[in-house]
Write a protein that binds this ligand. Structure first.
Ligand code: PGA
Length: 237
């Protein structure tokens, strides 16, 4: 991988308050020298302030930051239940947008994902926009060249996502050749964008992905829930 390498932990809808505290405790005590790695923990939004506080408490700032898993497409106002980019400005470093689970379970459209990315960029939060083989042209087609140079693209085939509680993916990680071909396709549309891969990344297979030089990092769901497994991945990159 080219540096800097981004390691994104996507906790999805997992962990209560106490579980976050013990995860951060174990993670901070086992964390190796990160060299040129940048770790971004994306907890559920309700735990975001707690993760931020624990990053500070354990002196991890600079090497580890906190991100979000979604944001509102609206700037703010009468939108019950929404978390807006303005609320997270100067506090969240990154936000995952347009994840296939948002599309599948919450019927998010590519237009909504693009609106969310605009909100994020307006508030200095870097959008990590999820694409797959089927939708990447349509998703990237929502952005002008200026925006394309500011977003990070995450290639995540829905079938590659690991199986959690019998939901979403099939746990079949993408082959290196498939990722390399997608990087070429994506770079034609967004030559400057950093590209990440996500889908069943784990301690046992991280070398398959970390050996792809054009990849700027990985997104880790299931395997990031266990701090020991997450550290095992980081150690091998
Ligand atoms: P996974 O999830 O690592 O559990 O496959 C990745 C993701 O959906 O972001």
């Amino acid at each position: 991988m080219l540096s800097p390498k981004l390691i994104i932990a996507n906790w999805k809808a997992n962990k209560n308050h106490q579980e976050v505290i013990s995860w951060m405790d174990k993670f901070s005590s086992g964390l190796p020298d990160l060299k040129n790695l940048q770790v971004v923990i994306c907890p559920p939004a309700i735990h975001f302030p707690l993760v931020k506080d624990l990053i500070q408490k354990y002196n991890l700032s600079g090497r580890v930051s906190a991100g979000l898993q979604d944001l509102s497409a609206f700037p703010g106002g009468a939108y019950t239940g929404e978390v807006t980019a303005r609320m997270a400005a100067d506090s969240a470093s990154y936000v995952i947008l347009g994840h296939s689970e948002r599309r599948k379970y919450f019927k998010e459209t590519v237009q909504q994902t693009a609106q969310k990315a605009i909100q994020a960029l307006d508030n200095n939060i870097v959008p990590i926009v999820s694409v797959d083989r089927e939708n990447f042209r349509e998703v990237l087609g929502q952005f002008d060249d200026g925006m394309l140079s500011k977003i990070i693209i995450m290639y995540e085939p829905p079938e590659a996502i690991s199986v959690q509680d019998g939901e979403t993916g099939k746990g079949k990680p993408a082959e290196a050749a498939d990722i390399e071909e997608m990087i070429k396709n994506l770079n034609q549309l967004a030559p400057d964008a950093k590209i990440l891969y996500g889908g069943s990344v784990a301690g046992a297979n991280i070398s398959d992905f970390s050996s792809i030089p054009e990849l700027s990092g990985v997104v880790i769901g299931n395997a990031s829930l266990d701090p020991d497994e997450f550290i095992k991945i980081i150690r091998q990159i």
